[in-house]
Design a protein around this ligand. Sequence first.
Ligand SMILES: C[S@@+](CC[C@H](N)C(=O)[O-])C[C@H]1O[C@@H](n2cnc3c(N)ncnc32)[C@H](O)[C@@H]1O
Length: 196
Amino acid sequence: MKNGIVETYQTYASKIGNRKALYGAVAKEFDIRTAIYPGSHIDIAPSMVIPKVTYIDNCKGAIDFFKRMDAIREFIGQNKEYPDACEIYFLGQDFTKPLEIEESDLLISQYAGFVGQAAKKLLKVGGILLSNDSHGDATLARFDEDYGFIGIVDRQNRIRCDGLDKYFALPKGKPVYLEAVRSFGRKRKGAWHQQD
Ligand SMILES: C[S@@+](CC[C@H](N)C(=O)[O-])C[C@H]1O[C@@H](n2cnc3c(N)ncnc32)[C@H](O)[C@@H]1O
């Protein structure tokens, strides 16, 4: 890798936005101690607010980045917001294949496909799935009986647990077509609004 991990991560964070406040708000609200992040690429912000995080990604950029684990641990050690030692693990593999990892308090799904479906076994009963809907993963979780919809995080990273009926609802009570979400995901955003 040409640059050091700090520079590589900071360049990445400047593109995706610093998500420390998002992960920190969720960790604080739900007392999260452990997390699994399939499709993480090099978004290591969770480790700044959660003591034990396992990252999973099968792309070369992520695999190369996480080879520098000592430097990553040192960087997190200098920037973490909890007193415990940080525990950081990385698996450079396909998260849809069987994974031998302990269940965690939090499963993170950010722009990486149907993580909430593929990796739900890695979540403790009563654990939290933090998902955006970029690829339709939040929609699938919303209508999945294994999950309960307990809140949203707003743009100011405030967690709101009331008035949830208005989310994932189509105008005039039209049904959501989950097969369309699974088939098209992000390629046809809004596909689940139509049956065809
Ligand atoms: C668009 S990036 C998002 C990265 C990060 N979650 C973020 O929000 O900044 C999607 C990442 O998911 C990874 N990914 C997608 N499908 C995967 C799979 N089945 N197994 C492992 N990694 C996967 C890709 O390699 C890529 O690094």
